[in-house]
Each structure stands twice: as C-alpha cells, then as structure tokens.
Design a protein around this ligand. Structure first.
Ligand code: FBP
Length: 306
C-alpha cells in the first residue's frame, strides 16, 4: 500500500510515535472510500452501553446483532468501526482484517448517577482482537475528571508502547456545565485541547454551538472574536485548538436527525477543516439502505474540494 502525500504529512505530526502506532493510524486513514484523503468517517456503536439496547437499536432491530455493524461499516466503505469489548469480540473472527477496529476501553451507562466511566477492556484485549486503536472517554468538568485523565494516561502509554493508536472522546459535563455549556464553543475547544494534551492521536468532540459559556473566557473571545454564527468557523476554531491542526479531529453525529441536517453539519466540518465524522445513531438507527445512502452522501462531501 502506497501512502498518499496527505497521509504522510499527517503521520509526520506524531513525532514521538513508534512505527507500529503510525502503521495503525495509516491503516485507519488508508481504509474505505476516504482512503488517503486525510478525512474519515467512523462508525461508533457503544450506545447500547451508554443509553441501553432499546433506545439504541429498537428503531432498526437488525442493529441488535453485533455483526450488523461490522457489515454496515464495511459496506459503506468507512475508515473504522469503534465499539466496546463484547461487540468487537462478537465479530472478531468473521471480520478479522476487514475493517480497522477501535476498542472502546471505558464505558458509562444511563443507570449511573455519576459522570464517570468504568474501564471495561484492556490494551491486551485490543491487541488480541487485532484492533488499530483504543478509544477512551473523558468528561472534562466532571467530579471524576482527574481520575479519568489518570486512567487515560496509563492506558494511552501502554497502548502506544504496543503500537496502538489512541482515540479520545472528550465530552465536557459536570456540575459547572449546563446543557448549553456542554457544547459551547469555548468549552468544546477547551475539551478538544485537553485531549490533545493527553496525547490523543484522534480527538472526538461534539460539534460546537455558538454559545460561549465560561465567564473567564468571555473577555478573551470578545477581544479575539470567532465568527460564532458560522458553523465552519466554529469547527475551524476547534481544529486550531488541537495544536493548530496537528491532531486529527472528528465530530460526533448526536441523536437521530434528518439527513439534510446531518449533511449540513458535515459540510461545516469539511469547510472548517475537521477531519471527519464519527456517526453512530444517525447511521445504525436508519434502515440499512437509507444508512448506506446517507453515509455515501457524507463521504462525497468529504471527497469534494473545499
Ligand atoms: P452518536 O453519533 O450516536 O452521537 O455517537 C457518538 C457518541 O460519542 C457515541 O460513541 C456515544 O455512545 C454517544 O455519542 C454518547 O452520547 P451522549 O454522551 O451525549 O449520550
């Protein structure tokens, strides 16, 4: 496989990584219909843990089957499939080598009252299952944020030493943040930056809104305004916050919405220089043909010139 100039450039940003980790990043970047472009679309299916099986899969019952998600990612020509241990184990042999996988090594659930996640898989599991990366969620702002960051430090160091890549879901939540604050532009950029500081190769955040939430940041944003009404400018600000674009940043899809609304978000991510989308519910909660059409339309946007 010959790497494109773009992928070589991206790999050069990760100056401390060993060849194994770079090869795994390359594997993700060189797979699927966006291979070689530096853009990615990833399918994450940890919602069974996060929200429960019915809320996740009842809208499209074939999605109760873990193999469905491997098929969806492969048929759609996606870059990778991310899921917790049981989901990856369920199709590990059938789909070995068919699509890069990201093992989600911590998980939360909707029965919990605390903003925390349990470590539910190991680096050894990721290696045994042939995964390209581990995935880890932090909740900046939660009462447990520091323990989560310390867990990530240990798992990321171990993963990197074994040649795996590290994907960080950085989702601000906790007593200081209301619903608006969780996706406010300043908070989103801050959360993405913290993931970069923690050594993430790929950073996953929610698309930012036009709100500026942190009082301490308001003055700075007034003096150095970001065009908050423009979704692409907001994305560009998050990208800039990830080491001036030297880290891969992907944006989540959120709850099920219309194809038109999702594609508008994708256009903004593309125009703002984001590296792509990590879209779960908006993919697997649609009937498969509809999901394939939507994913194909997203990929076409990412393949187009800005
Ligand atoms: P969606 O595209 O379904 O939003 O998936 C992205 C994701 O990060 C999942 O990996 C995760 O389960 C979910 O969002 C968590 O969302 P929330 O914490 O808002 O419930």
């Amino acid at each position: 496989m010959k790497l494109t100039r773009k992928v070589k450039e991206i790999l050069s940003w990760y100056e401390s990584d060993n060849p194994g980790t770079k090869a795994n990043l390359a594997r993700i970047l060189m797979t699927g219909r966006l291979a070689g472009t530096g853009r990615m679309v990833i399918l994450p299916v940890d919602q069974g843990f996060e929200h429960g099986p019915a809320r996740s899969f009842a809208p499209n019952p074939p999605a109760y089957d873990p193999l469905y998600h491997f098929e969806l990612a492969i048929e759609a020509g996606l870059n990778a499939y991310a899921a917790p241990l049981g989901m990856i184990e369920a199709g590990a042999a059938t789909y070995a080598g068919c699509v890069p996988t990201i093992l989600k090594v911590n998980s939360s659930n909707s029965l919990s009252t605390t903003k925390d996640q349990a470590v539910t898989a190991t680096v050894a599991d990721a290696l045994r299952l042939g995964c390209s990366a581990i995935g880890f969620t932090i909740y900046p702002g939660s009462e447990h944020q520091f323990e989560m960051m310390e867990e990530l430090r240990e798992l990321a160091a171990e993963a990197k030493s074994c040649g795996l890549a590290v994907v960080v879901w950085s989702y601000p939540r906790g007593p200081m943040l209301d619903k608006v604050g969780e996706t406010a532009l300043d908070i989103c950029a801050y959360a993405a930056h913290m993931a970069a500081l923690l050594g993430a190769h790929i950073i996953k955040v929610k698309p930012p809104t036009e709100a500026i939430s942190l009082d301490a940041a308001k003055k700075t944003y007034e003096a150095n305004p970001v065009e908050v009404k423009n979704a692409a400018a907001r994305i560009a600000h998050v990208v800039q916050s990830c080491f001036a674009g030297r880290r891969l940043v992907v944006f989540s899809g959120g709850e099920a919405k219309s194809s038109a609304a999702l594609l508008d978000e994708v256009r903004a991510i593309h125009a703002g220089g984001g590296n792509g989308s990590i879209v779960g519910r908006n993919a697997f909660q649609r009937p498969k043909e509809e999901a394939l059409k939507l994913l194909s339309d997203m990929i076409e946007i990412y393949r187009s010139r800005v």
